[in-house]
Design a protein around this ligand. Structure first.
Ligand SMILES: NC(=O)c1ccc[n+]([C@@H]2O[C@H](COP(=O)([O-])OP(=O)(O)OC[C@H]3O[C@@H](n4cnc5c(N)ncnc54)[C@H](OP(=O)(O)O)[C@@H]3O)[C@@H](O)[C@H]2O)c1
Length: 283
């Protein structure tokens, strides 16, 4: 993990939007030793503001400009559909203060963010981040893309911030952020779908719903733990539990015969294409 260096003594981080993703990141930063007095949050909902103050001791503001003024890292965590107007409100301040801007909004490009923040020449340092929902429990993964204006020091700050909720992977080509969204952003839902299907199949084979649920949950956790903690890649781990002529082989052959790999490939392609369409629709 990168050293947590998101806010030198003289600077502050401003979160715009104090919803689920901001709360996860703030919780992760504070758990890793970030001083709450360096964290500001702009959030229009009174109850969310007081919750953030009570839980984390951070300073909250109703207006984004108040939170951002003087902060040299802005973390935009509002829904994609309101991003344009949020950026419009912040454009003059962004041009005057040239902060590092990180956006976690799905499908909004770095060029759109720069333009909406009043930067016609691509000089504003903007990082696009795509975390996923396991970030809520500190076990997310984030894909990161930096515009050309982001120098190494700012990359390190962005990495330190997003690593508060799990590892981060830098992507060189922004077009690939749609693939990141399709693989890891939407990916938890594919695993939940697999869990549902396995539970239903277990019940069909005579298990009680409670037993099927417990067996599936721990199996997914165990397999994910093996994938992340052992050195062997997925195909080797799979072959190791597949004895010739055994039960696993019977199941794997059924998956392959049913076109499982092609189906996964088509699903991820569909999500990638949808991400691209959503970016275009926001322009
Ligand atoms: N949740 C995830 O797992 C996940 C994963 C990857 C990326 N993302 C991205 O993260 C972003 C936030 O998602 P989320 O799940 O945290 O959404 P969320 O819970 O709805 O949080 C967004 C918050 O921003 C507030 N907001 C709206 N306009 C604002 C403004 N002008 N100034 C300050 N705050 C404002 C919203 O208030 P109102 O409710 O009053 O509008 C809401 O409380 C989205 O762009 C999403 O694409 C989320």
């Amino acid at each position: 993990m990168t050293d947590l260096d998101i806010s030198p003594r003289s600077s502050a981080v401003a979160f715009i939007g104090g919803g689920n993703m901001a709360r996860s990141l703030i919780g992760g930063l504070i758990a890793r030793g970030q001083a709450p007095e360096h964290i500001r949050v702009a959030e229009p909902v009174d109850a969310l503001r007081s919750g953030l103050e009570a839980d984390f001791g951070v300073r909250t503001f109703a207006q984004a400009t108040d939170a951002c003024d003087g902060a040299d890292l802005w973390l935009l965590a509002v829904k994609p559909q309101v991003m344009r107007s949020v950026c419009g409100d912040l454009a003059a301040l962004a041009q005057a203060q040239q902060p590092l801007v990180i956006s976690v909004a799905a499908g909004i490009t770095s060029g759109q963010l720069q333009r909406w923040l009043g930067d016609a020449d691509g000089r504003l340092p903007v990082v696009r981040a795509m975390p996923n929902t396991p970030a809520l429990l500190g076990v997310g993964i984030t894909g990161l893309f930096a515009s050309t204006a982001v120098d190494d020091a700012r990359r390190t700050r962005a990495t330190g911030l997003l690593e508060a909720v799990g590892p981060a992977v830098w992507i060189d080509d922004e077009a690939q952020m749609d693939a990141v969204t399709a693989v890891s952003g939407s990916g938890p839902a594919y695993v939940f779908l697999l869990a549902e299907a396995m539970q239903d199949a277990g019940i069909t084979q005579g298990l009680s719903p409670q037993a099927a649920r417990a067996l599936v949950q721990q199996t997914l956790l165990g397999a994910a733990t093996m994938l992340t903690q052992l050195e062997e890649p997925a195909p080797v781990l799979r072959q190791r539990v597949t004895s010739p002529g055994g039960t696993t082989q019977a199941a794997v052959e059924s998956f392959e015969a049913g076109g499982f790999r092609e189906l996964v490939s088509r699903a991820i392609e569909a999500a990638t294409v949808r991400g691209r369409e959503l970016s275009a629709a926001n322009d």
